[in-house]
Design a protein around this ligand. Structure first.
Ligand code: URA
Length: 200
């Protein structure tokens, strides 16, 4: 099976999983979108209103900003893969609860295993917390971190959530600046051995 087929199989398993805690009351499963053979996996928080309707991550205002950030480094959403820590919309767009994140974790981990990216771009604190626990986004945004994840080394670059950037000019300036670092980080991460010191 190729990666696309593996992801489709996983999506079907998820669709059939009635134990997922946020499923009730939602319109669609929001699994993920993009190129399964990419080196870059972007992980957001959870679907909002438009994502729930369309079944695709980051299609509202935050998504438009994400598209423009990607396009500023000559990438499109079809060249990376985009998913979330939870794949159903939390009621009234509230933050996902720890037990909800935990319930969706095996699926996110499997997506990660299938795609096997070089770089993970975390969008916001919930996905950052998965790879870099107890960190403060204000201190570490835009800085690559080498993390050990399920016996592999990954480069994680924590970014502010695009929705936060839409709420404030300073965060917008920082997220734009942080995205400019991504091509160089990717180049380094794609080398066989990366030294974190070299990257900072
Ligand atoms: N915000 C997210 O974190 N994910 C989405 O898919 C949309 C908005």
């Amino acid at each position: 099976m190729n990666k696309k087929e593996e992801l489709e199989k996983l999506r079907k398993r998820m669709l059939a999983d009635s134990s997922l805690p946020l499923k009730k009351g939602t319109t669609r499963l929001v699994f993920g979108v993009g190129n399964p053979n990419t080196k870059i996996l972007c992980v957001g928080e959870g679907p909002g209103y438009w994502e729930d309707i369309k079944g695709e991550p980051f299609v509202g205002n935050a998504g438009k900003l994400l598209d423009s950030l990607l396009s500023s480094i000559k990438l499109s959403r079809n060249e990376v893969y985009i998913t979330n820590v939870v794949h159903h919309r939390p009621p009234q767009n509230r933050d996902p609860l720890p037990e909800e994140i935990e319930a969706y974790r095996p699926y996110l981990d499997k997506i990660l295993e299938i795609i096997n990216p070089k770089v993970i771009v975390t969008l916001g604190r919930f996905s950052m917390g998965k790879f870099i626990p107890n960190a403060r986004i204000t201190s570490i945004h835009g800085k690559p971190h080498i993390v050990q994840f399920n016996s592999r080394k990954l480069t994680v670059i924590p970014m502010f959530h695009p929705a936060a950037a839409l709420r404030g000019n300073e965060v917008m300036r920082q997220i734009r600046e942080d995205f400019q670092k991504l091509p160089e980080i990717l180049k380094e991460a794609a080398k066989p051995e990366v030294s974190q010191m070299e990257l900072i």
